[in-house]
Design a binder for this molecule. Sequence first.
Ligand code: SF4
Length: 133
Amino acid sequence: MQNDPSVVATAYWHRLADGRVQCDLCPRYSKLRDGRRGLCFVGEARDGAVVPTTCGRSSGFCVDPIGKKPLNHFLPASPVLSLGTAGCNLACKFCQNWDISNSREVGTLADQASPESLARAAQRLRCSSVAFT
Ligand code: SF4
């Protein structure tokens, strides 16, 4: 875990009597054996803990018009830098991003997206805001 900057420790899980660990990050409450991932494909049981595996990574970037976002009167008519990780804890049948949200390919998570590099990219692309989608 220490050598992979995209895996960070979190406190939102607990150990179960049967040896599995339960992720408490969302209402799915995934119960995982070591090496297994939850429905979101982001939370993974590793070394007896649940860790998110997408910290500082993104499946892609896009400059969108702010009007695409579910926001009301937020920086009207401005561009927004959008990014997100592969995986999702929902399972909507109508998902428009199913290839990303249901991706089980670790490579889809590969692009680096540190907070500093995102802020620099948003400035360079003249985006007034950043959206994690
Ligand atoms: S779906 Fe992901 S975030 Fe939700 S409980 Fe399962 S592992 Fe945790």
